[in-house]
Design a protein around this ligand. Structure first.
Ligand SMILES: [Zn+2]
Length: 83
């Protein structure tokens, strides 16, 4: 495994995959979107890989790598398409 940088290269949650997206730990809402302590605070930001971000955003269960769709087929985690 290669480290990209001394710090900040790897996912902060699993520390096993390269980071992919800066995520707000506290989800942004209409109520806090203008609160700079929330939106810009480094303490509210974490660097996640795509898998961890998907788990946080789409599913709450760890190790949930697949999901069922209405046609009964199993699909991988959905892509993040709103970046
Ligand atoms: Zn991760």
């Amino acid at each position: 495994m290669h480290r990209i940088t001394i710090d900040g290269g790897m996912c902060e949650r699993c520390k096993d995959k390269p980071g992919y997206i800066v995520d707000h730990i506290e989800e942004l809402t209409p109520e806090n979107i203008n609160d700079l302590d929330i939106t810009l605070s480094h303490e509210n930001l974490q660097y996640l890989c795509l898998q961890c971000h998907n788990k946080k955003t789409f599913g709450k269960k760890e190790n949930e790598e697949y999901f069922f769709r209405s046609d009964g087929q199993i699909y991988p985690l959905p892509p993040v398409n709103y970046l």
